[in-house]
Design a binder for this molecule. Structure first.
Ligand code: ZN
Length: 159
């Protein structure tokens, strides 16, 4: 089996049997991402514990196999890790996809499977969508001002 075949098989497996699929009933933060080029959608819900670990993460979405497989792999990569670690993983993955470099050695074999996508530049955005959506989720979480969620309805700053 060639590396390319193996990569395709790994991606297909995650697409057909997505890990951590679904929605958390009471997430700490939830967020959506959209890739208009391909029509991919990703919805993330995260449970973040008081010591800033991602205790649980789920995703739903629709779109191409690359976007959904990447989301499945991402949830496995970041679950149980601290927000600092997760931000570092997001950055490393994003850079590896942008720079046409080999993925860092510490990344999982499964994420390496996505590196083949770089030969199809239009698909790189598909692979990155879950990761950028996650980064935005962490931004939302870490920039919250401590106000209770009940105030969320009041957040309009329209004149
Ligand atoms: Zn796509």
């Amino acid at each position: 089996m060639t590396t390319e075949d193996l990569s395709r098989e790994i991606i297909l497996d995650h697409y057909q049997n997505p890990r951590n699929h679904g929605r958390l009933t009471d997430p700490t933060v939830a967020n959506r991402g959209h890739n208009p080029l391909c029509g991919d959608e990703i919805e993330l819900s995260l449970q973040i514990d008081p010591s800033d670990n991602i205790a649980d993460i789920r995703f739903t979405g629709r779109g191409c196999s690359i976007s959904q497989a990447s989301a499945s792999m991402m949830t496995e990569t970041v679950k149980g890790h601290t927000l600092d670690d997760v931000r570092a993983s997001v950055q490393r993955f994003t850079q590896s996809m942008a720079n046409r470099q080999a993925a860092p050695a510490e990344m999982q074999d499964e994420l390496d499977a996505l590196q083949g996508v770089k030969r199809y530049p239009a698909r790189v955005k598909c692979a990155l969508l879950p990761w950028t959506t996650l980064r935005e989720s962490l931004d939302v979480y870490q920039h919250r001002d401590g106000a209770p969620h009940e105030d969320a309805e009041d957040c309009s700053d329209a004149p």
